[in-house]
Design a binder for this molecule. Structure first.
Ligand SMILES: Nc1ncnc2c1ncn2[C@@H]1O[C@H](COP(=O)(O)OP(=O)(O)O)[C@@H](O)[C@H]1O
Ligand SMILES: [Mg+2]
Length: 161
């Protein structure tokens, strides 16, 4: 099925990662969820910062490792930035992640694969593989029609392979 298709993006540096983030941000709408994974230093936060900028967030976006969730105002949509590396079940219950996922903003989750049962079924999974020097391979797997459409659009524009 078309659903199983993965899309690829090769990045040689931070600026190129920013280009992918910017292209994805153009598709963002309320309730969009991007689930990021990859080793420490892969570029999850770097991607999130460019994504936020593309949404018109003016505030400085840094890693929400200790706060778990940070909320920002974009020009049209709120941006929710999560880092679930240290998230406990109690905190998850307390924070009410679904209010973010199904809310009026766009959510980016770092270390998303640690909370598979808490993520919405429909999401764009992005795995970042670290290569030599600044090289990163982004593997994007859409779950749901919304994200299929994003990826097909970006492939037509030559952003994704
Ligand atoms: N192509 C690239 N894309 C993103 N970051 C890159 C790239 N090449 C090098 N880097 C560097 O890798 C580091 C990624 O760190 P960070 O985004 O905090 O990773 P993570 O959040 O995945 O732990 C940054 O220092 C960034 O400058
Ligand atoms: Mg990070």
């Amino acid at each position: 099925m078309e659903n199983a298709r993965a899309y690829r993006f090769s990045s040689r540096n931070e600026a190129e990662t920013g280009r992918l983030a910017g292209a994805l941000a153009q598709h963002a709408d309320p309730g969009s969820v991007l689930a990021l994974d990859g080793d420490l230093g892969a570029g999850k936060t770097t991607f999130s910062q460019s994504f936020a900028r593309a949404l018109g967030v003016r505030a400085v976006v840094n890693s929400p490792t200790f706060t778990i969730i940070k909320e920002y105002e974009g020009s049209e949509l709120p941006f929710y930035h999560m880092d679930v590396y240290r998230l406990s079940q109690e905190e998850a219950d307390e924070l009410g992640l679904d209010e973010y996922f199904y809310g009026s903003g766009v959510t980016v989750v770092e270390w998303a694969s640690l909370i598979p049962d808490l993520l919405p079924a429909e999401r764009l999974t992005i795995y970042i593989e670290t290569g030599a020097d600044g090289e990163r391979q982004f593997c994007l797997t859409p779950s749901g029609e919304r994200y299929e459409r994003w990826c097909i659009g970006l492939r037509e524009n030559g952003v994704l392979a």
